[in-house]
Ligand binder design. Sequence first.
Ligand code: HEC
Length: 143
Amino acid sequence: MRVLLAILIVLGPLAGLAADINPQRAKFHYQMHCEGCHTPDGTGAMSVPRMKDQVGLFLETQSGRDYLVRVPGSAISALNDEQLAEVLNWILVEMGGDSVAADFEPYTANEVGDLRVEPLNEVERYRSQLLLEIAEQRSRQAN
Ligand code: HEC
């Protein structure tokens, strides 16, 4: 019984995650709506920040988590809430590398729907501020 429980605890979140992401569909949506700017592997370009091995950083604070949805490329994309949630989760799993905790909480369509009604402007300054907050939080946790 205890072993069964342990298995459920370990596999539960994974099973939930797997159910939320259809990798083929998510990749297709990424290719159609995001890749043009973000490049196939999320490396980015001059004015497009690198997501590969980094994007998970933002999940460390609530405003950072919100940011990944409120950034204009996400918020005003033609994808519906469900599709956008899936693409973001796929990006995190597929490109986030070590920056994403294994047990990260996937975005839901409802969460994404609530957040994207307030797209950001002045992104650059906002983003730097977020990264500063994350760095400060990390140094507090390290002490
Ligand atoms: C027209 C180019 C373009 C497209 C298309 C685009 N983005 Fe972006 N994206 C950007 C730029 C530029 C930034 C940097 C922030 C800003 O200036 O908006 C960014 C930032 C982001 C970020 C935050 C990354 C960070 O490190 O700050 C996420 C997440 C993101 N985009 C997701 C998406 C998703 C998901 C799609 C497709 C649905 C998408 N983007 C489509 C240009 C684009």
